[in-house]
Write a protein that binds this ligand. Structure first.
Ligand SMILES: C[S@@+](CC[C@H](N)C(=O)[O-])C[C@H]1O[C@@H](n2cnc3c(N)ncnc32)[C@H](O)[C@@H]1O
Length: 248
């Protein structure tokens, strides 16, 4: 969240939602009640409110989902989906429209948002402890997602999630996540992050080398199929699409 928005929310008396079990990354998420109220007042869905008003990137969520559709991520109609850190559910809502899965598991540390997603979309909120997907059996998920999460976690937490994501994905399934790679870190952007970046959060945004992801997932039988840049505020992250047990 932009620091200006945080300041405004604090001035208005809103607390930031504390996540639990977050080991060293950005340990908060936008406040549930205040965000819902503000979205309603603006006449927007909560997802559109976050895109347009809070992040200044109208249409960003839809453009990523559109790109994933173009890449064929939803072609096989994934019946089981798992999303790490869905937050407000802005990607979850659009993913559900693309593939209508019979089972959608979430791992989310911010309890008010997890409860809201369970009530609104009938997803299954799994106990979320650190970076484990232990409640999910091996090779049980068709599509594993994490959007705008791994730039808020530490390197180690993200890597631990990587192993888990590969474990729960079935052969033929896909893994989609974005990370802030070197492709998102030209000198001008680095300079902008240093002056405009996460007030009070030296750990945000966290970077992750692209080749590290490619090499690590290759050892887990996951091949990089595609990648593209997606907006993140004034900057971007890189979305990586891996296929498990595929040759491409
Ligand atoms: C920057 S927000 C992104 C939310 C959502 N994916 C989006 O793009 O709007 C990061 C999300 O990850 C959640 N989170 C933080 N640490 C987590 C962890 N260890 N496991 C799962 N979710 C976590 C936060 O509560 C928040 O919902």
């Amino acid at each position: 969240m932009k620091s200006g928005v945080k300041r405004l929310l604090r001035r208005a008396g809103f607390d930031i939602v504390r996540s639990t079990n977050n080991r060293g990354g950005v340990d908060d998420f936008i406040p549930f009640e205040a965000t819902m109220r503000a979205a309603r007042a603006a006449g927007l869905s909560v997802g559109d409110y976050i895109d347009e008003v809070m992040n200044g990137t109208p249409g960003a969520t839809q453009s990523t989902v559109d790109e994933l559709r173009t890449l064929g991520v939803f072609d096989a109609n994934p019946g089981t989906v798992l999303e790490i850190g869905p937050g407000s559910g802005r990607y979850l809502e659009k993913t559900m429209k693309e593939c209508a899965p019979s089972r959608y598991e979430i791992y989310e540390t911010a309890a008010p948002w997890a409860n809201y997603l369970v009530d609104t979309y009938s997803v299954i909120a799994q106990p979320t402890a650190g970076c484990s997907l232990a409640p999910t059996p091996d090779a049980s998920i068709d599509l594993v997602l994490a959007h705008k999460v791994f730039n808020t976690l530490t390197f180690l937490s993200t890597c631990r999630y990587f192993f888990e994501m590969a474990r729960v994905t079935r052969p033929g399934g896909r893994i989609v996540f974005d990370v802030m790679t070197e492709g998102c870190l030209d000198p001008a952007t680095v300079s902008a992050w240093t002056s405009q970046g996460g007030e009070g959060h030296d750990s945000y945004p966290a970077a992750m080398p692209r080749q590290t992801c490619v090499d690590l997932f290759a050892t887990l039988d996951c091949t990089l199929e595609a990648s593209f840049l997606a907006p993140m505020g004034f900057a971007s992250t890189e979305v990586l699409v891996f296929g498990k047990g595929r040759d491409s």
